[in-house]
Design a protein. Structure first.
Length: 201
Protein backbone atom coordinates (compact mmCIF):
# COMPACT_ATOMS: atom_id res chain seq x y z
CA UNK A 1 0.00 0.00 0.00
CA UNK A 2 1.74 3.18 -1.17
CA UNK A 3 0.04 5.16 1.61
CA UNK A 4 2.69 3.57 3.86
CA UNK A 5 5.52 2.78 1.47
CA UNK A 6 5.27 5.78 -0.87
CA UNK A 7 3.36 8.63 0.78
CA UNK A 8 4.84 11.10 -1.70
CA UNK A 9 3.33 9.26 -4.64
CA UNK A 10 0.10 8.61 -2.74
CA UNK A 11 -0.58 12.26 -1.99
CA UNK A 12 0.56 13.38 -5.42
CA UNK A 13 -2.08 11.13 -6.98
CA UNK A 14 -4.81 12.16 -4.53
CA UNK A 15 -4.06 15.88 -4.91
CA UNK A 16 -5.17 15.63 -8.54
CA UNK A 17 -8.53 14.12 -7.61
CA UNK A 18 -9.14 14.56 -3.85
CA UNK A 19 -11.43 12.05 -2.16
CA UNK A 20 -13.55 13.54 0.62
CA UNK A 21 -15.34 10.40 1.82
CA UNK A 22 -12.48 8.23 3.06
CA UNK A 23 -10.61 11.02 4.92
CA UNK A 24 -13.88 12.04 6.56
CA UNK A 25 -14.55 8.46 7.67
CA UNK A 26 -10.99 8.12 8.97
CA UNK A 27 -11.36 11.23 11.13
CA UNK A 28 -14.82 10.14 12.27
CA UNK A 29 -13.45 6.71 13.23
CA UNK A 30 -10.88 8.46 15.41
CA UNK A 31 -13.74 10.30 17.07
CA UNK A 32 -15.64 7.06 17.68
CA UNK A 33 -12.61 5.47 19.37
CA UNK A 34 -12.20 8.56 21.57
CA UNK A 35 -15.91 8.50 22.39
CA UNK A 36 -15.77 4.84 23.42
CA UNK A 37 -12.79 5.60 25.64
CA UNK A 38 -14.69 8.48 27.25
CA UNK A 39 -17.72 6.23 27.76
CA UNK A 40 -15.52 3.59 29.42
CA UNK A 41 -14.09 6.23 31.75
CA UNK A 42 -17.54 7.32 32.91
CA UNK A 43 -18.91 3.80 33.23
CA UNK A 44 -15.99 2.52 35.30
CA UNK A 45 -15.70 5.65 37.42
CA UNK A 46 -19.40 5.65 38.31
CA UNK A 47 -20.17 1.93 38.45
CA UNK A 48 -20.57 2.15 42.22
CA UNK A 49 -23.33 4.75 41.97
CA UNK A 50 -27.00 3.77 41.89
CA UNK A 51 -28.58 6.61 39.94
CA UNK A 52 -28.47 6.26 36.17
CA UNK A 53 -29.26 9.96 35.88
CA UNK A 54 -26.00 10.77 37.66
CA UNK A 55 -23.94 8.84 35.10
CA UNK A 56 -25.86 9.78 31.94
CA UNK A 57 -24.81 13.42 31.62
CA UNK A 58 -21.05 12.81 32.00
CA UNK A 59 -21.31 9.94 29.52
CA UNK A 60 -23.12 12.08 26.95
CA UNK A 61 -20.62 14.91 27.38
CA UNK A 62 -17.70 12.50 27.05
CA UNK A 63 -19.07 10.84 23.92
CA UNK A 64 -19.96 14.11 22.19
CA UNK A 65 -16.58 15.62 23.06
CA UNK A 66 -14.76 12.48 21.95
CA UNK A 67 -16.36 12.63 18.52
CA UNK A 68 -16.15 16.42 18.11
CA UNK A 69 -12.52 17.00 19.12
CA UNK A 70 -10.85 15.02 16.28
CA UNK A 71 -13.11 16.71 13.73
CA UNK A 72 -12.35 20.17 15.11
CA UNK A 73 -8.61 19.43 15.26
CA UNK A 74 -8.71 18.18 11.68
CA UNK A 75 -10.10 21.51 10.49
CA UNK A 76 -7.76 23.50 12.75
CA UNK A 77 -4.65 21.65 11.57
CA UNK A 78 -5.69 22.00 7.94
CA UNK A 79 -6.28 25.73 8.46
CA UNK A 80 -2.88 26.12 10.14
CA UNK A 81 -1.13 24.26 7.35
CA UNK A 82 -3.01 26.29 4.75
CA UNK A 83 -2.22 29.59 6.44
CA UNK A 84 1.42 28.85 7.16
CA UNK A 85 2.01 27.58 3.64
CA UNK A 86 0.87 30.97 2.34
CA UNK A 87 4.15 32.29 3.73
CA UNK A 88 5.85 30.21 1.03
CA UNK A 89 3.39 31.36 -1.64
CA UNK A 90 1.55 28.06 -1.54
CA UNK A 91 -0.98 27.43 -4.27
CA UNK A 92 -3.97 25.14 -3.99
CA UNK A 93 -7.41 25.20 -2.41
CA UNK A 94 -8.26 24.83 1.26
CA UNK A 95 -10.59 21.93 0.50
CA UNK A 96 -7.77 19.97 -1.14
CA UNK A 97 -5.61 20.69 1.91
CA UNK A 98 -8.43 19.58 4.20
CA UNK A 99 -9.03 16.27 2.43
CA UNK A 100 -5.34 15.39 2.17
CA UNK A 101 -4.73 16.29 5.81
CA UNK A 102 -7.62 13.99 6.70
CA UNK A 103 -5.69 11.06 5.23
CA UNK A 104 -2.97 11.82 7.78
CA UNK A 105 -5.28 10.66 10.56
CA UNK A 106 -4.92 7.04 9.48
CA UNK A 107 -2.09 6.27 11.94
CA UNK A 108 -4.08 7.95 14.72
CA UNK A 109 -6.47 5.00 14.57
CA UNK A 110 -3.70 2.89 16.08
CA UNK A 111 -3.16 5.36 18.92
CA UNK A 112 -6.92 5.66 19.41
CA UNK A 113 -7.35 1.90 19.71
CA UNK A 114 -4.43 1.62 22.14
CA UNK A 115 -5.79 4.54 24.19
CA UNK A 116 -9.26 3.01 24.30
CA UNK A 117 -7.90 -0.31 25.54
CA UNK A 118 -5.69 1.48 28.08
CA UNK A 119 -8.71 3.32 29.48
CA UNK A 120 -10.67 0.05 29.60
CA UNK A 121 -8.06 -1.75 31.67
CA UNK A 122 -7.22 1.31 33.78
CA UNK A 123 -10.90 1.71 34.59
CA UNK A 124 -11.05 -1.83 35.88
CA UNK A 125 -7.99 -1.25 38.06
CA UNK A 126 -9.22 1.98 39.71
CA UNK A 127 -11.86 1.78 42.50
CA UNK A 128 -15.12 3.46 41.46
CA UNK A 129 -16.45 6.65 42.98
CA UNK A 130 -18.57 6.16 46.07
CA UNK A 131 -20.40 9.43 45.41
CA UNK A 132 -20.80 11.84 42.52
CA UNK A 133 -18.52 14.28 44.37
CA UNK A 134 -15.71 11.73 44.07
CA UNK A 135 -16.25 11.27 40.33
CA UNK A 136 -13.78 13.97 39.11
CA UNK A 137 -10.99 12.52 41.28
CA UNK A 138 -11.64 8.97 40.08
CA UNK A 139 -11.78 10.18 36.50
CA UNK A 140 -8.35 11.77 36.94
CA UNK A 141 -7.01 8.52 38.44
CA UNK A 142 -8.12 6.63 35.35
CA UNK A 143 -6.70 9.23 32.97
CA UNK A 144 -3.36 9.25 34.78
CA UNK A 145 -3.13 5.49 35.30
CA UNK A 146 0.10 3.89 34.07
CA UNK A 147 -1.73 2.09 31.25
CA UNK A 148 -3.00 5.40 29.93
CA UNK A 149 0.41 7.00 30.40
CA UNK A 150 1.99 4.20 28.36
CA UNK A 151 -0.57 4.73 25.61
CA UNK A 152 0.63 8.31 25.28
CA UNK A 153 4.06 7.00 24.24
CA UNK A 154 2.32 5.31 21.33
CA UNK A 155 0.63 8.66 20.65
CA UNK A 156 4.04 10.32 20.36
CA UNK A 157 5.21 7.80 17.76
CA UNK A 158 1.95 8.15 15.85
CA UNK A 159 2.18 11.95 15.86
CA UNK A 160 5.64 11.73 14.30
CA UNK A 161 4.25 9.40 11.63
CA UNK A 162 1.39 11.81 11.02
CA UNK A 163 3.94 14.60 10.65
CA UNK A 164 5.60 12.70 7.82
CA UNK A 165 2.29 12.06 6.08
CA UNK A 166 1.16 15.65 6.54
CA UNK A 167 4.43 16.92 5.07
CA UNK A 168 3.69 15.13 1.81
CA UNK A 169 0.02 16.10 2.01
CA UNK A 170 0.86 19.80 2.32
CA UNK A 171 3.56 19.52 -0.32
CA UNK A 172 1.08 18.36 -2.94
CA UNK A 173 -1.99 20.23 -1.70
CA UNK A 174 -0.13 23.57 -1.74
CA UNK A 175 2.55 22.94 -4.39
CA UNK A 176 5.53 23.42 -2.08
CA UNK A 177 8.92 21.78 -2.11
CA UNK A 178 9.58 19.18 0.55
CA UNK A 179 11.64 21.48 2.79
CA UNK A 180 8.95 24.16 2.80
CA UNK A 181 6.21 21.62 3.54
CA UNK A 182 8.26 20.17 6.39
CA UNK A 183 8.67 23.62 7.96
CA UNK A 184 4.93 24.29 7.68
CA UNK A 185 4.00 20.99 9.31
CA UNK A 186 6.73 21.08 11.94
CA UNK A 187 5.33 23.97 13.95
CA UNK A 188 1.89 22.49 14.81
CA UNK A 189 3.28 18.95 15.11
CA UNK A 190 6.04 19.99 17.52
CA UNK A 191 3.44 21.85 19.59
CA UNK A 192 1.27 18.72 19.68
CA UNK A 193 4.23 16.57 20.73
CA UNK A 194 5.11 19.12 23.41
CA UNK A 195 1.61 18.88 24.90
CA UNK A 196 1.80 15.07 24.94
CA UNK A 197 5.23 15.10 26.57
CA UNK A 198 4.03 17.61 29.15
CA UNK A 199 1.16 15.26 30.07
CA UNK A 200 3.72 12.54 30.77
CA UNK A 201 5.72 14.68 33.19
Amino acid sequence: MNYITDPDGFFEAHAEDPDWLVPSLVVLANGVLAAVGAWYTVQFATRGLDSAAVTTLPAIIGVVTGIAVPVVLWVVFAALFYGLSALFDGEGSFTTTLWLVGWGYGPALIAGLVSMLAVYYAGQAVPPAASFQEYPAVQRQIQTHQYVEWSRIVQLAVTLWQGVLWTYAVRHARNLDLREAAIVVALPVVASIGLTVNSLL
